[in-house]
Design a protein around this ligand. Structure first.
Ligand code: B12
Ligand code: SF4
Ligand code: SF4
Length: 371
């Protein structure tokens, strides 16, 4: 089979397996992206994600990850929602979970399809293969931006002219030397919508993100206490954030996802924030089985929910939040204090503090009591 016939056959097979976009990228080091990744790490913008510094050299070079590879087949799969996630921000008593986490875990779903494609490729054209999605040290966006799949927008995510911003990425590395794409041009132009809407000013400049300020990082990756300066801006976003994606004008070309696996589970859509308050470890694992949310664990999840409740103005929640002042987790106790501070009058808060703060010994929780 000729190189171009093989490329076409791969594309057809990928589409049969449910992928919406296919591209072919080189494996050589990405010097410009390596330098930018170095700058990002040197500025500490990765926050707690220490693995970014540890894997720095491998991340910027697909061939350093696997030196026999000759081509990276980039695959994109749409998870475009049917509803407007920005509208859900107005329902302050409801839990806003970011679109990518409302269905089944995309890591499992994308990997399953990548493996099917890789197996088929070995049977059809021989060669060796490896598959990657998200967790491996691959800079997936810069690699994808070397193909026709799309460009890195000013929000730093990959944007497709036909699929918009709601796109998961995955890769099949192969030893087959397939011809490579001409990269898609940048079509952001003078638009600044994603920068303007960001509630925490997380973009120091267009095309760069300070992860430490991003609500997605704070609610998912950050293991400690969420700094006070970001709590009000989080609103009811308790897991991830979609604002910069949702506002992108290229989404008007995006048809809603065809993948049933990515359709929202009803119980993760506009649930009342207070419904999540009583979750213990076992309850949390039960509700979030098969969901990417399970990864953050019950304590971090309830920490986020308490911030949402503090922002909701729902004074009825006070007695249930008070119960969490005795929670074993300092992460939870600290945000229970913060939520009460936001929901109660000065005198109510003083009374609750007088009752509970004397038995508190954790320094971070005591700091919250001091206000
Ligand atoms: C770490 C990480 C995060 C971190 C940091 C995000 C970030 N922007 O890097 C946090 C936790 C914040 C995060 C959040 C989200 N993430 Co994330 N994340 C990753 C991960 C694991 C690594 C990304 C990385 O290497 N970042 C380091 C920085 C330095 O890399 P970079 O963004 O590519 O940076 C480049 C630009 O800054 C650029 N640049 C700098 N200056 C300039 C100037 C110009 C002119 C240009 C063109 C470029 C440019 O150069 C850098 C190097 O190329 C990838 C998976 C993977 N293995 O790649 C998923 C991934 C990027 N995440 C993804 C998703 C879906 C999200 C969220 C939408 C989830 C959510 N709803 O909450 C948000 C989006 C937030 C945002 N605006 O980026 C998808 C994105 C898919 C896509 N279409 O691009 C990925 C690819 C996972 C996947 N397999 O699908 N994520
Ligand atoms: S995901 Fe939200 S907080 Fe993060 S950069 Fe985008 S708009 Fe800002
Ligand atoms: S919102 Fe505008 S600037 Fe941001 S990625 Fe989309 S087109 Fe580019």
């Amino acid at each position: 089979m000729s190189n171009s016939d093989l490329r076409r056959t791969i594309e057809e097979k990928a589409r049969d397996l449910g992928f919406d976009a296919v591209g072919f990228a080189p494996v050589e080091t990405l010097p410009r992206d390596r330098d930018r990744l170095r700058d990002f790490v040197a500025a500490g913008q990765q926050g707690d994600m220490g693995w970014m510094a540890e894997t720095l050299d491998r991340r910027s070079s697909p061939s350093a990850l696997w030196n026999e590879a000759k081509t990276v087949i980039v695959l994109g799969i749409s998870y475009a929602p049917a509803t407007d996630s920005l509208a859900d921000l107005k329902n302050k008593d409801r839990a806003l979970i970011s679109v990518y986490a409302r269905g089944k875990d995309y890591h499992d779903e994308v990997k399953k399809r990548l493996k099917q494609l890789a197996r088929w490729l070995v049977e059809t054209a021989a060669g060796d293969v490896k598959v990657f999605v998200d967790t491996a040290p691959v800079m997936e966006k810069p690699v994808a931006a070397r193909t026709r799949v799309g460009w890195q927008g000013k929000h730093t995510n990959l944007v497709s002219r036909t699929l918009g911003s709601w796109l998961f990425l995955g890769e099949v590395f192969t030893t087959l030397d397939l011809s490579k794409d001409t990269p898609e041009a940048d079509h952001c132009g003078s638009c600044t919508a994603c920068q303007d809407i960001c509630p925490t000013a997380a973009f120091p400049t267009p095309y760069t993100l300070d992860a430490r300020r991003c609500i997605s990082y704070l609610t998912i990756e950050h293991k400690g206490h969420i700094p006070a300066e970001f709590r009000s801006a989080m609103g009811n976003r308790i897991y991830g954030c979609d604002d910069c994606l949702a506002v992108c004008p290229w989404n008007k070309f995006a048809a809603r996802t065809k993948e049933t696996a990515f359709l929202p589970r009803p119980e993760l859509t506009a649930q009342k924030l207070t419904d999540y308050l009583d979750l213990d470890d076992a309850g949390f694992r039960e509700v979030f089985r098969g969901s990417p949310i399970k990864r953050i664990g019950r304590d971090r999840f309830v920490r986020n929910v308490l911030i949402g409740i503090g922002n909701s103005g729902e004074a009825d929640a006070v007695p249930r939040v008070e119960v969490l002042l005795r929670d074993p987790s300092p992460l939870v106790r600290a945000m229970a204090v913060w939520a009460l501070y936001k929901l109660c009058s000065e005198s109510e808060f003083a009374a609750i503090r007088a009752e509970h703060s004397p038995s508190e010994s954790d320094p971070a929780v005591l700091t919250e009591w001091k206000g």
